[in-house]
Ligand binder design. Structure first.
Ligand SMILES: Cc1cc2nc3c(=O)[nH]c(=O)nc-3n(C[C@H](O)[C@H](O)[C@H](O)COP(=O)(O)O)c2cc1C
Length: 235
């Protein structure tokens, strides 16, 4: 069993996104899976040029020669594929969006219709099961609305939406640290369940989405942090 996550944060290995992916994959490994996290920012991925050659002249193959061809192989070798991103402008980063668009060779041009009237392109090979991870800088839930709309068409096995993502980096308050550790425990368990049961229980999904910090406490801490950084004159 192979679980692969494509991390679309420009901050790569230092990202809050990675702080969420890491325990999830740790749990998957504990349950016997082989795991891999690809930091897309470290790779050469050009944007789709919209030529549709991958549907006509070279079926299943992109005419652009960059790191994406290896990632399409990895996509099909995986049983579970996660896409992980910080929220940028209410959706995924351009890094992950570019990656998504370059998955075009994995489908054929033929259009089919779902029972609900939505349309999709036929899969060229059997797709892996899918999960989404997003972390937002803001409190609240509305920053995930576009992800939820997108995911409604993808039949994902798991969706993780973490608000106040900055608390994962460092937060002095002990009670918040304790809640963050519980969040990481729930992510490990989600990884284990995904591999052993093929699904994640409602209890674990609820623990993953438990509040880490109140909106007011987060805003006060975050505003103070940025005031100090502005005074210092840079990060
Ligand atoms: C260009 C840019 C756009 C952003 N847009 C949003 C946004 O629309 N909503 C939000 O909640 N946070 C937004 N953020 C904040 C990031 O989502 C937040 O800092 C996140 O924790 C960064 O995660 P990372 O460390 O994995 O990159 C934005 C940050 C940047 C740099």
């Amino acid at each position: 069993m192979k679980v692969t996550v494509f991390n679309g944060s420009p901050r790569g290995r230092k990202s809050n996104t990675h702080r969420i992916v890491d325990p999830l994959l740790e749990g998957a490994r504990q349950a016997g899976a082989q795991t891999e996290e690809i930091f897309l920012a470290e790779h050469n991925i050009n944007h789709c040029c919209g030529c549709f050659s991958c549907w006509t002249k070279t079926p299943g193959k992109c005419v652009i020669h960059d790191d994406m061809s290896d990632f399409i192989d990895l996509f099909f070798e995986s049983d579970y594929v996660g896409m992980a991103t910080p929220v940028y402008g209410l959706f995924m980063t351009s890094i992950l969006k570019k990656f998504n668009e370059r998955l075009l060779p994995t489908a054929t041009p033929h259009i089919h219709k779902n029972e609900d009237g939505s349309c999709y392109h036929e899969e060229r090979m059997h797709y892996p099961r899918f999960f989404m991870i997003a972390n937002a800088g803001f409190p609240g839930e509305h920053n995930f609305d576009l992800f939820k709309t997108y995911m409604a068409l993808q039949n994902p096995i798991l969706e993780i939406y973490r608000n106040c993502g900055g608390v994962l980096e460092d937060w002095p308050e002990e009670s918040v640290k304790k809640r963050i550790n519980k969040f990481y425990d729930a992510l490990r368990e989600a990884g284990r369940e995904m591999v052993t049961k093929g699904q994640v229980s409602e209890t674990i999904i609820k623990s993953i989405h438990a509040e880490l910090i109140s909106d007011e406490e987060f805003m006060a801490g975050a505003n103070q942090y940025w005031d100090e950084e502005i005074t210092k004159g840079g990060l």
